[in-house]
Write a protein that binds this ligand. Sequence first.
Ligand code: AMP
Length: 138
Amino acid sequence: MDDIFCRIIRGEIPSTKVYEDDDVLAFLDISQTTRGHTLVIPKKHYDNFLSCPAETMHKVFDVAQRIGQAEMAILGAKGVNILTNVNEVAGQSVMHFHVHVIPRYMGGEGGFQITMKGQDTSGMDLPRLAADLSKAIN
Ligand code: AMP
C-alpha cells in the first residue's frame, strides 16, 4: 500500500514536522483548518484506526495527547478536537491512519465545524442495539 503519507514518511514529499520517533510521525496539516492543526500517523501503513493494531494505535494517541497539551499550553488554544475518520463515507480522504489534533480558539477560526444532529429514536430498540454491540465486542 502506498499513499501520500507513506511518501511523507519516506521523505519523498516535504512535511512540516512536529514530532518523530521510531513508530510515529506528526506534522502540520497542509490545510491548517485552525492554526496548529496537526496530523499524527503511524510510520507503518494501516488504512485506518480500525485496522491499526492496538499497540501502535496507543502510541499514535499518546503523541496526539501530547500535541493537544502543547497546543493548549503555547498556542493559546481554549480547546482541542481529536478526530480520526474511517473510510470515505466518514470523510477519510487519505487512506493511511491519521489522527487530527485541531486546536480551537475563541472566534476567528477556520472552517472546522462538527454538527451532530440527533434523530428520532422512538423507532429504535436502544437496549437491543446496546446488547448487540456489547456482544460483538466481548
Ligand atoms: P482526512 O480527510 O481525515 O483523510 O484528512 C486528510 C488530511 O490530510 C486533510 O486535512 C489534508 O489537508 C491533509 N493533507 C493532505 N495532503 C497533505 C500533505 N501533503 N501534507 C500535510 N497534510 C496533508
